[in-house]
Write a protein that binds this ligand. Structure first.
Ligand SMILES: [Fe+2]
Length: 261
């Protein structure tokens, strides 16, 4: 991808509530991510069944970044880094990064009109959603409906109004959509005969608790083997100490670093 135009994307997300970055990932990296998903899905099915949540979670694979090197590669370096630092006005971390399979003709909870944050945060930027397309997203296979401008509205729009006034966020495999977590949106129905796969990284200010504790999931020693930018993104600079000795560290060794907001 060529240099990103931060100003243009910032203007779009502020006004419309979403913006798209086109042609970010190569076909090779997308193919590698898809292959890895085929390998790791049985592990998820097993865990879902073991925990008794198979019916409600099937086709949703949370935190796949932990098991998929290709997904980690997608944020190392993060092509959206400059945009996100500008968006949050400082540091940010990865809150969650999982994968969804939207199968043909199936009803899923994301097809209801919803927003991805329970508490409406208005103009306060605490989180942002991104969506990496592993397959082309078309009107036929269920590209997301977005009600532009609704990111500033707390109340849920009624269904008629929503579908009359929303746009479809279509795109190609390798594109990334970025949207305000407050925007009202709905996944479309997949009327094709093939699965539509998406990875959904969700970034936040470092003060928000991660949905999975990535530093512990990857292990503290992992931080010594990765670039500073990835270390920041995975949350190694925004840790919670558990002992007083961990809490009372000199500034440069603090678990929660001073620049994390
Ligand atoms: Fe959503």
């Amino acid at each position: 991808m060529t240099q990103i135009d931060i100003e243009k994307h910032e203007k779009e997300i502020t006004e419309k509530g979403w913006t798209a970055f086109r042609g970010v990932y190569s076909a090779e990296l997308i193919a590698k991510a898809c292959e890895e998903l085929d390998e790791i899905r049985p592990t998820y099915d097993e865990i879902h069944k073991e925990q008794g949540v198979y019916e409600e979670t099937k086709n949703a694979y949370h935190h796949t970044v932990v098991l998929s090197p290709a997904q980690l590669e997608m944020i190392n370096p993060n092509p959206l880094h400059g945009f996100l630092e500008n968006y949050f006005g400082g540091r940010y971390i990865l809150n969650t990064m999982g994968t969804s399979y939207v199968l043909p003709q199936t009803g899923i909870y994301t097809q209801r009109i919803h927003r991805d944050i329970r508490s409406f945060s208005g103009k306060e930027r605490l989180t942002v959603n991104t969506l990496i397309m592993l397959d082309d997203c078309t009107e036929e296979n269920g590209a997301t409906w977005m009600l532009e401008g609704s990111q500033y509205q707390d109340d849920k729009p009624d269904e008629d109004f929503f579908y009359k006034n929303s746009v479809r966020a279509t795109g190609k495999a390798g594109d990334i959509l970025v949207f305000d977590s407050n925007i009202w949106h709905a996944a479309g129905t997949n009327n094709s005969d093939k699965v539509r796969r998406i990875i959904t990284p969700f970034f936040s200010k470092p003060l928000m608790k991660q949905s999975l504790d990535y530093p512990r999931a990857f292990g503290y020693d992992f931080a010594n083997r990765i670039p500073d930018e990835l270390k920041q993104i995975l949350g190694y600079n925004a840790l919670t100490p558990v002992t007083l000795s961990e809490f009372y560290k000199p500034r440069e060794k603090r678990f929660y670093k001073a620049d994390q907001g």
